[in-house]
Ligand binder design. Structure first.
Ligand SMILES: [Zn+2]
Length: 153
């Protein structure tokens, strides 16, 4: 198994309530010239999980950090006007929490972050602030939401 330093949460950047799945993402990523879906897990609107790449294989989801990370994507992330929004359904939130817990059990030293947390700290104040986000993905503060998970076993 690869060594895993980061578990990175993404959104599919699709409008809330619109149903897409891992197969759609696989096709989008193939169109970009990638070797199929870049994420390892996809969480659907109804809370069910689909697998993308096997976790033993490097993903394609966070530039410069793919080698030692796992990519998890929930369907959604945009409001009906296409603006960034935490559109996770209660079922998606519950599934994401369970998945984060089980991944943390397996990869105890891995840090859970949102894609946007890999933006550059441009003013070097130690905090990656919203104006510095290269993108908004996953449209909520994943770092904060899952930071204390390791204490909940
Ligand atoms: Zn992303």
């Amino acid at each position: 198994m690869r060594s895993i330093k980061h578990i990175v949460i993404h959104c599919s950047a699709t409008k809330e309530g619109k149903y897409f799945n891992a197969k759609d993402i696989d096709q989008w990523h193939k169109k970009r010239g990638w070797n199929g879906i870049g994420y390892h897990y996809v969480i659907l609107l109804d809370g069910s999980i689909q697998t993308g790449r096997p976790i033993a294989k490097q993903g394609a989801h966070v530039k410069g950090f793919n080698r030692n990370s796992i990519g998890v994507c929930y369907i959604g992330g945009l409001d009906t006007n296409g603006k960034p929004k935490d559109t996770r359904t209660p079922a998606q939130k519950l599934t994401m929490l369970c998945l984060m817990q089980s991944l943390k059990e397996e990869f105890i030293d891995a840090e859970i972050l949102g894609h946007r947390d890999f933006s550059k700290d441009q003013n070097k104040n130690g905090i990656i602030e919203p104006f510095e986000f290269i993108k908004h993905c996953p449209c909520f503060n994943a770092k904060n939401e899952y930071k204390n998970l390791k204490y909940e076993f």
